[in-house]
Ligand binder design. Structure first.
Ligand SMILES: *[C@@H]1O[C@H](CO)[C@@H](O)[C@H](O)[C@H]1NC(C)=O
Ligand SMILES: *[C@@H]1O[C@H](CO)[C@@H](O)[C@H](O)[C@H]1NC(C)=O
Ligand SMILES: *[C@@H]1O[C@H](CO)[C@@H](O)[C@H](O)[C@H]1NC(C)=O
Ligand SMILES: *[C@@H]1O[C@H](CO)[C@@H](O)[C@H](O)[C@H]1NC(C)=O
Ligand SMILES: *[C@@H]1O[C@H](CO)[C@@H](O)[C@H](O)[C@H]1NC(C)=O
Ligand SMILES: *[C@@H]1O[C@H](CO)[C@@H](O)[C@H](O)[C@H]1NC(C)=O
Ligand SMILES: *[C@@H]1O[C@H](CO)[C@@H](O)[C@H](O)[C@H]1NC(C)=O
Ligand SMILES: *[C@@H]1O[C@H](CO)[C@@H](O)[C@H](O)[C@H]1NC(C)=O
Ligand SMILES: *[C@@H]1O[C@H](CO)[C@@H](O)[C@H](O)[C@H]1NC(C)=O
Length: 464
């Protein structure tokens, strides 16, 4: 074992002692941790090793989660797993308990056991002897590292007994609906004051950004794209932590490599229908139906589903998707509420099926899609202006084709599980975080409604 490995070994051993014994006197363990750290520090300075507090700082970074900046902490886990494997330090799985259901499902749609983590990069997270597991068994509460509560299935009279709660356990507030469709007065009850430690929602300022039900864009790393665009690819949605938008924002790129192609031109010829809209909720908070009514005075909008008049039908999801791909130029990605970051599967469906999304929502879409890949209804003075631009795209194939340039660089991931990998990583890092970065939300209702961060939902404009 070289001296660097030795340094790591100490750190990892402490890491695991903490994990194994945390059910006993916590404070005592923390004190011995401080003592050991001090001892290692003294010894290492004699041996001129890098001082151990280096690791603490890196651990802290893990607590500022984002889709992009998790790399350094991940490397630590990998190293640590290797060292532990070499030294047979014992390991037990991280247990994540689903306390509530997620609507009708009890597995949150991502599965039980190790399933939600199956796609996590093995090298980065999970060595054979260490893994994250999900369960619905409330009997495992005392062994749980995290307990997940779905905001829509949460009830103040069905919570874990207060006396059982341990300081290391993360109570996680989980929600994918918008604040407009959340019972904020329920969340405002005193019992939820300082109750949740972490948030796991679609919003980019959550501790864990969770998009499995909605989607995201992933960079395709092929050399062609790098040469063509001459910059590195930036992931979408971009992280809320990143103050500046990434340099991908150049709208004028060279012509797409895939657009001047026979099959593409054939596809254009077949796309003779204008706008499709699949919808089942006919009276939305965002008043999107009113905007659609206005729009359809100027351009044909084919309404499928419950809110249509029955003249347009498709029988199942795959048939509807094929119809989009084959025949339509546009799809209305109109959200039911105008809330920050509330961008749902309505956006990713057309992207995945050869159709240009016309978006209407409360988000800044520049955080979600590369420029030139969508049309924002709010950028137009009136429904008529919007309709005129769409009509232009019905006949100008070259202009329309530009809306597919993003495909050279990105692919659509419709059920991304990164959020779950992130959760697992966060919990694996927990022993050191416990004392250093404990966190709880004083008023979850205020945070969720956006009052604490000025991220409130917009009221809908009137479409006269
Ligand atoms: C959890 O631990 C408490 C004691 O701290 C005990 O009373 C309770 O029965 C345990 N719960 C379960 C589900 O084992
Ligand atoms: C790529 O961009 C860099 C600056 O970011 C520039 O110096 C270089 O000439 C560019 N290369 C090409 C092939 O455009
Ligand atoms: C043209 O389209 C086909 C798919 O039909 C694709 O395999 C090929 O790479 C495309 N050609 C160019 C030059 O991109
Ligand atoms: C275009 O439509 C024709 C006839 O419906 C079909 O045979 C052909 O495969 C379609 N082409 C593409 C690229 O979808
Ligand atoms: C349904 O609405 C469309 C306009 O969107 C209209 O052209 C069609 O005639 C209507 N069909 C029926 C059965 O009312
Ligand atoms: C969907 O409908 C089409 C045509 O009606 C049928 O051929 C196909 O098997 C159906 N797919 C599924 C998954 O039900
Ligand atoms: C959206 O975000 C971009 C990048 O931060 C910013 O330049 C733009 O002004 C924002 N748009 C709106 C409508 O807030
Ligand atoms: C979670 O919140 C509770 C209650 O505020 C607190 O006692 C505990 O230390 C917190 N745990 C973590 C890991 O942040
Ligand atoms: C929220 O906005 C108000 C005024 O619009 C401003 O005074 C306040 O500082 C903002 N708070 C945050 C956290 O940005």
């Amino acid at each position: 074992m070289d001296s660097r490995m030795d340094d790591w070994y100490w750190w990892c051993a402490i890491h695991h002692l903490l994990r194994l014994r945390r059910s006993t006197l916590y404070v005592a363990i923390f004190l011995s941790f401080v003592t050991i750290t001090f001892a290692v520090y003294s010894v290492s300075s004699i041996w001129r090793l890098p001082p151990p507090h280096r690791h603490h700082q890196q651990m802290n970074n893990e607590l500022v989660p984002s889709l992009q900046d998790s790399q350094p902490a991940v490397d630590e886990t990998t190293k640590c797993n290797k060292i532990i494997a070499n030294n047979q330090v014992e390991h037990r799985p991280i247990v994540i308990l689903y306390w509530t259901t997620f609507f009708e499902t009890n597995d949150f749609e991502v599965g039980l056991g190790s399933k939600p983590f199956a796609e996590c990069d093995n090298n980065q997270i999970i060595a054979q002897h260490s893994s994250c597991l999900t369960t619905t068994d409330r009997g495992l509460f005392n062994d749980s590292d995290a307990v997940i509560f779905h905001g829509r299935d949460l009830h103040a009279n069905d919570l874990p007994p207060a006396g059982w709660r341990r300081p290391h356990q993360h109570f996680i507030f989980y929600l994918l609906e918008s604040p407009v469709h959340t019972d904020l007065s329920m969340l405002n009850q005193p019992v939820f004051q300082n109750y949740f430690n972490r948030t796991m929602t679609y919003r980019r300022d959550s501790d864990i950004v969770e998009l499995h039900a909605y989607g995201r864009l992933k960079c395709i790393h092929h050399p062609e794209a790098t040469v063509l665009f001459n910059h590195s690819c930036a992931e979408f949605p971009s992280s809320a932590a990143a103050a500046e938008p990434s340099p991908t924002s150049s709208t004028t790129g060279p012509a797409s490599i895939r657009t001047d192609n026979n099959s593409h031109q054939q596809m254009m010829k077949n796309k003779t229908r204008t706008i499709a809209w699949f919808v089942s909720n006919c009276h939305s908070n965002s008043q999107r139906e009113s905007l659609v009514r206005k729009l359809s005075q100027f351009i044909a909008v084919d309404v499928y589903g419950k809110c249509g008049n029955g003249s347009h039908r498709c029988s199942n999801k795959s048939e509807c998707d094929r119809l989009l791909s084959d025949s339509y130029r546009f799809y209305l990605s109109f959200e039911n509420s105008l809330c920050p970051d509330y961008v749902t599967e309505k956006l990713y469906r057309p992207l995945a099926h050869d159709t240009v999304p016309v978006v209407y929502g409360g988000s800044n879409y520049s955080f979600y899609l590369p420029p030139g890949s969508y049309i924002n209804a709010m950028d137009y003075k009136s429904p008529e202006d919007l309709a005129n631009y769409l009509k232009k795209l019905m006949i100008d194939d070259a202009l329309y084709s530009n809306y597919f340039k993003w495909r050279d660089q990105y692919q659509v991931i419709q059920s991304p599980l990164d959020g779950w990998c992130h959760l697992c990583r966060l919990l694996m890092m927990d022993p050191l975080l416990v004392k250093m970065k404990q966190k709880s939300y004083f008023n979850i209702a205020e945070w969720w409604s956006g009052q604490t961060t000025n991220q409130t939902c917009l009221s809908s404009p009137s479409w006269q």
